[in-house]
Design a protein around this ligand. Structure first.
Ligand SMILES: [Zn+2]
Length: 298
């Protein structure tokens, strides 16, 4: 039994649990005349082994544990990752640098992703760059570099269908994730502006929203998603106006994940995220730093 799906031309989306809510994701398959391509391999891939068995190429929109959860059984497929995410796909050492968490967190993270996401290294993975094209026969895939979530994060546009796989620009109510060493708040801001202009008629997210087929709905969801990012920055600024604080104190307060929500990487991701917002607030003159403590105002 296949999970519920969406089809358009050569493309099929197989939805993961809860329309691909993390830790699951949505599996995109594009069946060209000559080549079968899979975009990422979320957990649901493991329930689609018959569908995915003939996969010729796996094109990763980006590398994170929840996007490589089917690579362990697709050993015959060619795996492509954007050059900035390539080392993270090829080796654990590369993925560890990509996350950039403290050593004890990384150790726990490796055990977790091996158990929960069937994590394997893919030393055979090949790199692609912005504008890369895969001609699958009658349909093609174009990579559009949209960094921020990771430095190699790409949108994969299927033509002529006009379907954009936007990956972890996932339009979720949680908002953007940029909590890894190779993530970038500033790149994500640029990406959120640029993704509006991709010539598409449908948008597929890795998680949660699944498929959006109305441009107006897409833009409304995108605006709400981008607003989450600015809401975090404003919340940090408001907190500092009431109470000057160190980075450690801000991390303990939490501005991204709810207090009480625990996972091995949460504190590290919270720290990286808040630090980027503090840098942004400093640049904007909205906060100042004095002896390790952040104060509102310039
Ligand atoms: Zn991701």
């Amino acid at each position: 039994m296949n999970p519920a799906s969406f089809e358009k031309g050569a493309l099929t989306v197989y939805f993961g649990e809860k329309s691909g809510k993390y830790p699951d994701g949505n599996q995109v398959v594009v069946r060209g005349r000559d080549t079968l391509a899979a975009f990422d391999t979320p957990l649901v891939a493991n329930r689609l082994r018959e569908v995915l068995a003939p996969t010729d190429v796996v094109i990763l929109g980006h590398m994170h544990e929840d996007h490589g959860a089917g690579l362990h059984f697709l050993s015959g497929a060619r795996v492509y990752a954007h050059e900035a995410d390539l080392e993270a796909t090829r080796s654990w050492a590369g993925l560890a640098r990509h996350y950039g968490y403290p050593a004890e967190v990384l150790e726990a993270m490796r055990g977790k992703i091996e158990r929960q996401f069937h994590y394997v290294e893919r030393p055979d993975a090949m790199g692609y760059s912005d504008g890369a094209l895969w001609d699958l026969g009658g349909t093609r895939v174009r990579a559009i570099h949209m960094p921020g979530h990771t430095s190699g994060h790409c949108v994969l546009l299927v033509e002529p269908e006009g379907v954009a796989f936007i990956g972890d620009i996932d339009l979720s109510s949680f908002g953007p994730y940029y909590g890894d060493a190779t993530s970038s708040l500033e790149q994500f801001r640029r990406t959120l502006r640029a993704v509006r202009d991709i010539p598409a008629v449908a948008w597929v997210t890795s998680h949660h929203k699944g498929v959006v087929t109305e441009r107006e709905t897409f833009l409304a969801l995108l605006d709400a998603f981008a607003a989450r990012l600015e809401a975090r920055e404003d919340a940090i600024a408001a907190h500092l106006a009431a109470q000057p604080a160190t980075l450690d104190e801000l991390v303990a307060h939490r501005f991204v994940y709810p207090r009480g929500y625990e996972d091995v990487f949460i504190e590290a991701a919270e720290r990286r995220t808040i630090a980027q917002h503090l840098a942004s607030l400093l640049r904007a003159g909205r906060v100042r730093l004095d002896s390790g403590r952040y104060f509102a105002g310039s």
